[in-house]
Design a protein around this ligand. Structure first.
Ligand code: HEC
Ligand code: HEC
Length: 469
């Protein structure tokens, strides 16, 4: 516990709460930890920006330099005319997760944008900022790149601007692809992207260097993807609270995949305060099913006794306590706390790199716990916990009910309005990459047992209330 200054420690001796029900006398339940160690995360100054400009840059901007030549793309793909982002020109004809950009060497190319991971559908509705929990990272992301490389070489000369613009993009994906394969579909290895890409960059001028000099372990500890609309309340970024200082700068890490150097980074960085302003402006989506108002009112009282001290009470930003709960107290899967953003090599690199320099310095400060996130729009963010190991809210709030090995369809309409989360089946062994096996390192579903002591009807009321957030 030496990581916590005495002034930052709130120790709550949890006495028997009046809500303990008879149900609870089952010996099988883990006892709730007696001492809660939490740290209040302090805010840092953020640059301000323009919301409209931020949206424009997010969906049209060339923060990822390079990609597949537009001419090749157009010859092999049928146009996607859904245009849900209401974009203009070439961008009106590609899916929302792609952007047609003008590369730094002046060709037109199609590349992936942030929305690959940070937007998705739920119950037929497109939700900007909702983490995409259907993407399949159990497949090597560089497999297609190698194939594309062959196609490009036969269609364009090696010295053509089209091929030259593809090189940095290809190089980035080849570096990360084989080292970031997850065990199951739906979880996300982006934290490890950051570590690998940083290892390939000179810390001062951000130019590319070959050969991984760090010997980062082969393990891939994945995460879920936090909803963007929560960021406006948070004082630090990421599940472990490791991202501190200037958020705009931290967010542009995706550019490392194909960036030329720090002078290009400086130009991209100037646009990111606008992106941050846009992200902070996003609302949480409203629950589309029915809500029993009577039960929700009763659930609110249960929430205030059991949950709000960590998660905050309402949509009011000022009520959110910004707590990091120690690993011992929360008891959820510990692997993320000591990997990815916490690799000592990455911390040292980042905190002496271009990113850490004033003005607008960003720092990675590894801590030993997890942020208690705001719960706005929590109905939409299944599966739950930092690793997406729990498929529904009902399972989260009753740890003995959580499935050990489970499988969902990855159809974004396959929603369970009763338990609130994804429909799933329980299996006895992992059959394929659509199966989530909680016995794998980093995939554990233990801990966070604050709902266990509730009676069935209290839990139902609480879930009814959570739908209203
Ligand atoms: C390959 C998937 C992927 C892409 C692409 C991606 N992100 Fe993320 N992003 C993640 C994951 C996963 C996390 C959570 C990591 C963690 O907390 O440990 C995250 C976290 C964040 C957060 C922190 C949210 C919070 O509440 O702490 C922000 C903000 C963010 N990303 C913005 C962006 C922006 C802007 C882009 C594009 C420039 C982008 N991301 C591209 C996967 C991605
Ligand atoms: C001691 C502080 C604390 C208390 C009390 C607490 N939580 Fe949490 N909660 C956390 C932390 C920390 C996490 C993140 C854990 C992780 O991801 O490993 C979390 C995660 C969650 C999540 C997952 C969010 C997501 O999108 O993945 C939900 C839902 C949740 N809590 C609901 C509740 C409810 C409802 C209660 C009351 C019964 C409650 N919590 C009580 C600290 C707390």
């Amino acid at each position: 516990m030496k990581n916590y200054a005495p002034s930052q420690i709130i120790i709550l001796f949890l006495l028997f709460s009046s809500l303990i029900s008879c149900q609870n006398n089952k010996q099988t339940l883990d006892p709730e930890p007696v001492v809660e160690t939490t740290e209040v995360l302090p805010a840092s100054t953020q640059r301000t920006g323009n919301i409209e400009k931020g949206y424009d840059y997010l969906v049209n901007g060339n923060y990822v330099d390079g990609g597949i030549p537009l001419s090749l793309w157009n010859s092999v793909r049928t146009p996607d005319n859904s245009n849900i982002l209401k974009r203009q020109g070439d961008n009106a004809k590609v899916g929302y997760q792609y952007t047609v950009i003008t590369t730094s060497n002046n060709t037109r190319a199609v590349g992936a944008n942030c929305l690959n991971c940070h937007a998705t559908y739920i119950n037929n509705e497109f939700v900007m900022g909702l983490g995409n929990t259907t993407f399949d990272f159990s497949v090597d992301q560089s497999a297609n790149i190698n194939l594309l490389d062959a196609v490009l070489k036969s269609n364009y000369s090696i010295n053509s601007p089209e091929y030259q613009a593809f090189i940095p993009y290809k190089r980035g994906f080849q570096a990360i692809g084989p080292l970031t394969i997850t065990e199951t579909q739906g979880v996300n290895p982006a934290d490890k992207y950051a570590a690998i890409l940083a290892s390939h960059r000179n810390p001062t001028d951000l130019t590319w260097r070959e050969n991984d000099p760090w010997g980062i372990p082969k393990e891939v500890i994945p995460t879920d993807v936090p909803a963007w609309w929560l960021l406006k309340k948070k004082n630090t970024m990421f599940y472990t609270g490791v991202g501190t200082g200037d958020f705009s700068k931290i967010m542009m890490a995706s550019s490392l995949v194909s960036l030329q150097d720090s002078s290009q980074a400086r130009k991209i960085d100037q646009r990111f305060p606008d992106v941050l302003a846009y992200i902070k402006s996003l609302p949480s989506p409203l629950y589309k099913g029915t809500i029993d108002q009577q039960r929700a009112t009763e659930g609110k009282a249960i929430y205030e006794v059991n949950c709000s001290r960590c998660h905050g009470t309402s949509n009011n930003k000022n009520d959110y306590p910004n707590l990091l709960v120690s690993l011992e107290s929360i008891g959820t899967d510990p692997a993320l706390v000591s990997t990815n953003f916490a690799y000592p090599q990455l911390l040292e690199w980042y905190n002496t790199s271009w990113f850490s320099k004033e003005p607008f310095a960003a720092k990675l400060i590894a801590k030993k716990g997890y942020i208690a996130p705001p719960l706005d729009g929590v109905w939409a963010t299944a599966p739950y916990l930092h690793n997406g190991s729990v498929p529904t809210l009902e399972d989260l709030l009753n740890s003995s009910q959580r499935p050990k090995i489970w499988k969902r369809t990855f159809n974004t309409n396959d929603f369970d309005f009763k338990k609130v989360g994804w429909n799933y089946v329980t299996l006895t062994s992992k059959t394929d990459t659509k199966t989530y096996d909680t016995s794998i390192k980093g995939y554990g579903n233990q801990g966070h047992i604050y709902g266990d002591k509730l009676s069935v009807s209290e839990r139902t009321n609480l879930i009814e209330y959570l739908k209203t957030l």
